[in-house]
Design a protein around this ligand. Structure first.
Ligand code: E4P
Length: 215
């Protein structure tokens, strides 16, 4: 499974890129706002940090024509920009148009299997089902990943399933078991993937025994 980081924090992105564990980056207007930087310049900065890895940059418009223009503009920032559009009627029309211009598209804010199906038919490069926000409503977000996987496999759609709104390490492993192609994960959750109390306990014991033999 590919690991994308879900942030516009360039320091966090640089650290992860340097570790070689990163396959891409996703942003959204909320994350860009949090960065405190100008939207286009922060996307440019992220693109230059990660080289050729895909960087999703979301449009701010909601009407098809405006989304297409904004998408083309974002795609002009760097070759690795993937334009993110919302899963709306206009968003799907814009997706089709941008794909016809050879621009990769991430269709975001997906909450149902039928939405994922129609996005694949519109040529989406990635579909972003939001697991955590479904869990927040008392639903089982992961069920959606399983359903989309089955539907895409039934019909041979090449749209990649990008598990989004990931809130915990459990979400990551469950999305991998469910067959998501990508998980986009906040930096603090990526860090938690490494932590295990038994690792800390084992290391403390090894270090204490090493000290006993003068090391
Ligand atoms: C996906 O691309 C979104 O940026 C993100 O995963 C949303 O997550 P949230 O529900 O934690 O805001």
């Amino acid at each position: 499974m590919q690991f994308f980081v879900d942030t516009a924090d360039t320091e966090a992105i640089s650290e992860l890129a340097g570790m070689g564990v990163l396959d891409g980056v996703t942003t959204n207007p909320t994350l860009v706002h949090k960065s405190g930087k100008d939207p286009k310049s922060v996307i440019g900065e992220i693109c230059s940090i990660v080289g050729e890895l895909p960087v999703s940059a979301e449009v701010f418009s909601t009407e098809c024509e405006a989304m297409v223009e904004e998408g083309k503009d974002l795609a002009g920032i760097a070759d690795n920009v993937v334009v993110k559009v919302p899963l709306t009627w206009d968003g799907l029309k814009a997706c089709k148009r941008l794909r016809a211009n050879d621009i990769r598209v991430n269709v975001t804010l997906c909450f149902s299997a039928n939405q994922a199906l129609i996005a694949a038919k519109a040529g989406a490069t990635y579909i972003s089902p939001f697991i955590g926000r479904l869990d927040d409503l008392g639903l089982e977000g992961m069920e959606l990943i399983r359903d989309i996987r089955e539907i895409y496999d039934n019909y041979g759609f090449s749209t990649e399933i990008l598990a989004a709104s990931i809130r915990s390490p459990l979400h990551v492993s469950q999305a991998a078991i469910a067959g998501a192609d990508v998980a986009t994960i906040p930096p603090e959750v990526i860090r938690k993937l490494v932590d295990h109390p038994l690792t800390d306990k084992g290391l403390a014991a090894f270090l204490s025994d090493a000290a006993k033999i003068g090391k």
